[in-house]
Write a protein that binds this ligand. Structure first.
Ligand SMILES: NC(=O)C1=CN([C@@H]2O[C@H](COP(=O)(O)OP(=O)(O)OC[C@H]3O[C@@H](n4cnc5c(N)ncnc54)[C@H](O)[C@@H]3O)[C@@H](O)[C@H]2O)C=CC1
Ligand SMILES: O=C(O)C(=O)CO
Length: 363
């Protein structure tokens, strides 16, 4: 375990290790973990917290539960900032119990994640990865009309499950870019994309809110999953629901791996060669379930939908919890990302601010 020495504020920060855990130690600039491991275990983090630590910026791959929150609280810690939009790796009730504020980074990844979902939709529809492998293997002998026949998107139906920030941005891209019709399902939201179209005075395609997820699965040609991961969405797409989808449908997942039962997915891909998937996330990340890597009808990328500077900025500002009120609208974070102006004296997004009774910013 390599932990840099406390770094006085006038010295340059140590370079990043592979893991980007930051620890706020009293009277010093943050310590950046230079551990060469990609994923830190609970024991690794316990050792890093030690007996004095004001707060931590951590990652979605870490298991922040009772053990870590009690240790952070004993060390004097008041904040844990998850460098991600999704915080299914955080037990917020345990954080509440120890009075630790939990931050996340909503909004900054909306477009980048939606763009990757759109890229995976296209790559799967037009069989880009298969065709690329074919070219590189020297198998191309000349044009043929049936070579890698794919799915045309224009005029087909795109389905979105979980029509929040990212789901709505993806819908906008597919509808406006490819003139697809839209059907969406969300457990809670009632009018995401419709309002956008109305506000722009246009109705170029049909769109409807489905009354059930099954309706989306049955009707759509391309389906993209964008819900949070919680008890209601674990294995949301399972064997039975895969069987409801069209034989030539495309399924995309840029949310969290466990939203799909990956074993059932591999079986479905094997039995339905015209069914295709584009996956950014996996049930047992970083691993794939046996057989998935062999499936020609799967496009797989290693959780690359995010990776942005803005996410680190928001995570760092969430860590500055001491004396800071909470930004009133976590969906509107531009003020924190303007490099030419000082960031507002507020925390962009603390998910348990109500439970901890933290004040809301008047800014
Ligand atoms: N692959 C990547 O790099 C990234 C993945 N994500 C994932 O995307 C998720 C969504 O992010 P945002 O759109 O910003 O969040 P959001 O909170 O705006 O949207 C999530 C939507 O899911 C809906 N939902 C919740 N339970 C549902 C259910 N059972 N069925 C259908 N819909 C349900 C919610 O009502 C909400 O509208 C994050 O929680 C995170 O897990 C986010 C950023 C990057
Ligand atoms: O922000 C998130 O939730 C991510 O998955 C980042 O990759």
């Amino acid at each position: 375990m390599t932990v840099p020495k406390n770094t006085p504020s006038d010295e340059p920060l140590p370079p990043f290790g592979r893991s980007t855990l930051w620890l706020y130690k009293p009277a010093f600039f943050p310590q950046i973990c230079t551990e060469k491991k990609t994923i830190l275990s609970v024991d690794d983090i316990l050792a890093l917290i030690g007996d004095r630590c004001d707060g931590v910026i951590g990652q979605l791959t870490e298991d922040w539960g009772e053990t870590l929150f009690s240790a952070l609280s004993r060390a004097g810690g008041k904040a844990f900032s998850n460098m991600a939009v999704g915080y299914n790796n955080v037990d917020v009730e345990a954080a509440n119990k120890y009075g630790v504020a939990v931050g996340n980074t909503p909004g900054v990844l909306t477009e980048t994640t939606a763009e990757l979902a759109a890229s995976l939709s296209l790559a799967a529809a037009r069989r880009i990865v298969e065709a690329d492998e074919f070219m590189r293997a020297g198998k191309y002998e000349g044009w043929l009309p049936h070579l890698f026949v794919g799915n045309l998107l224009k005029g087909q139906t795109v389905g979105v499950i979980g029509a929040g920030r990212i789901g709505s941005a993806y819908a906008r891209m597919m509808v406006e870019g490819f003139k697809m019709n839209l059907i969406y399902y969300d457990l809670y939201q009632s009018t995401p994309y419709g309002q956008f179209l109305k506000a722009n005075g246009e109705q170029p395609v049909t769109w409807k809110r489905a009354s059930s997820m099954e309706e989306v699965l049955q009707e759509a040609d391309v389906i993209s999953l964008h819900p949070v991961l919680d008890k209601t969405t674990y294995h949301l797409v399972n064997k039975e629901r895969l069987a409801m989808m069209k034989k030539e449908a495309i399924l995309v997942n840029c949310s969290r791996g466990p939203v799909i039962d990956e074993v059932a997915l591999v079986e479905h891909l094997r039995e339905n060669p015209m069914f295709r998937v584009g996956l950014d996330v996996f049930e047992d990340e970083p691993y794939m379930k046996p057989g998935l890597a062999d499936m020609k009808n799967a496009v797989v990328v290693p959780h690359i939908a995010s990776a942005s500077k803005g996410m680190a900025t928001l995570a760092a500002l969430n860590g500055k919890i001491k004396g800071y009120p909470i930004w009133s609208n976590p969906n509107s974070v531009e003020a924190f990302l303007d490099e030419n102006s000082p960031a507002p004296a507020a925390c962009p997004s603390i998910v348990n601010s109500k439970a901890l009774g933290l004040p809301v910013s008047k800014l």
